[in-house]
Design a protein around this ligand. Structure first.
Ligand SMILES: Cc1ncc(C[n+]2csc(CCOP(=O)(O)OP(=O)(O)O)c2C)c(N)n1
Ligand SMILES: [Mg+2]
Length: 333
């Protein structure tokens, strides 16, 4: 339970140790391997609902959540499996959820990240993504009224940033100086709509000055840069300095979901982003800093594979809800 968990106390920006970096690498690899496994299960017809990978977004999801303490709140989106994992979600719960089993966090009523886990302070998204922003701001207000030291981190896409909830939520958080970090995952597309057809602004972070909050654009494929920016924003929020708007620039390397072949994305664009693969680039860094070698990498890969296989086996052996159970709590009486 997070309330009893020891404080993590993440290092200041620029101060990650070798152990922290190996931790980040572990979560990057774990995220991708989980996503690949979910895709495989989807293709085998075993999952409930769609499969939305965070391929290309791993450094953004992992680096940002790594800046949070156990008692902070996180409201991730459908590309942020890495944030769920860093915040402490178990592989067992992830796969029970994907496979729609009765023991899952939604009791088998949903097959994606649309769950809440209050014990870990994770509140997954609803489908109308930006509708979570006022919810996140409401949590930040509750935290302030209760004089807790917690921070709320909320994620939104380049597409989801263009609806009213974004503006109302960020404005209220700014005026009330709430402990709130809003991270825009600019992954170039909202389904088939490119960023150029969503906003006339050069940068999403330019919006920050309109609300009187700090705003910055970062390379979302660089896990350390993401961590440093988010840690600074989280620390400021905790000190009472109010919200920060962070635009993390990435690329959605897969289709919107497993049912989208994304032929509308130019191949050259994907090729250019492939060179910036967030995991490969961090791996190169770790090797050059002599933090990781081939043997260490293989041991880590084996351990991740074994953990995922065990969780999938356990989830596959679990039961589905029966009919009435599955329908319960879905509609208001
Ligand atoms: C009102 C509404 N319309 C459409 C959808 C389907 N939908 C879910 S996510 C999404 C695209 C969101 O794009 P973006 O905010 O950029 O996030 P990304 O998927 O790129 O990470 C769409 C069209 C929805 N959930 N709700
Ligand atoms: Mg997008």
């Amino acid at each position: 339970m997070c309330m009893n968990a020891p404080p993590i106390i993440r290092p200041a920006p620029g101060r990650l140790t070798s152990k922290d970096k190996l931790d980040l690498y572990y979560y990057l690899r774990l995220t991708r391997e989980c996503d690949e496994t979910i895709l495989r299960l989807y293709k085998q017809g075993k999952t409930v609902g769609g499969a939305y990978t965070g391929h290309g977004n791993e450094a953004t999801a992992v680096g940002s959540a790594y800046a949070l303490e156990a008692h902070d709140y996180v409201l991730p989106m459908h590309r942020d499996l890495g944030a769920h994992l860093v915040k402490g979600q178990t592989l067992r719960n992830i796969f029970l959820q994907q496979l729609g089993r009765v023991e899952s966090l939604t009791r088998g009523r949903d097959g994606t990240g649309h769950y809440a886990d209050p014990s870990l302070r994770i509140y997954g998204n609803v489908s109308h993504l930006a509708a979570m922003i006022p919810v996140a701001v409401g949590i930040a207000l509750a935290v302030t009224l209760r004089e807790e030291q917690a921070v709320v981190m909320n994620y939104i896409g380049d597409g989801g940033s263009n609806v009213g909830d974004f503006h109302e939520g960020l404005n209220m958080a700014a005026v009330m100086k709430l402990p709130f970090v809003l991270l825009i995952e600019n992954n170039q597309y909202a389904y088939s709509t490119p960023v150029s057809r969503q906003t006339a602004a050069a940068k999403y972070s330019d919006r920050a000055s309109g609300y009187g909050v700090p705003g910055l654009t970062i390379d979302g494929t660089d896990v350390v840069a993401v961590y440093d920016a988010c840690k600074e924003a989280v620390d400021r929020a905790r000190r009472g300095g109010g919200p920060t708007l962070i635009e993390s620039v990435t690329m959605r390397m897969h289709g919107h979901s497993a049912s989208d072949d994304a032929t509308y994305v130019p191949k050259e664009l994907l090729d250019s982003w492939k060179k910036k693969d967030p995991i490969k680039r961090f791996e190169r860094e770790l090797v050059s800093e002599q933090i990781l070698d081939g043997e260490g990498r293989r041991a880590l890969e084996d351990s991740i594979r074994r953990k995922i296989e065990a969780a999938v086996r356990e989830a596959e052996a679990a039961v589905y809800p029966n009919g009435p159970e599955a329908a319960g709590g879905v509609y208001a009486p």
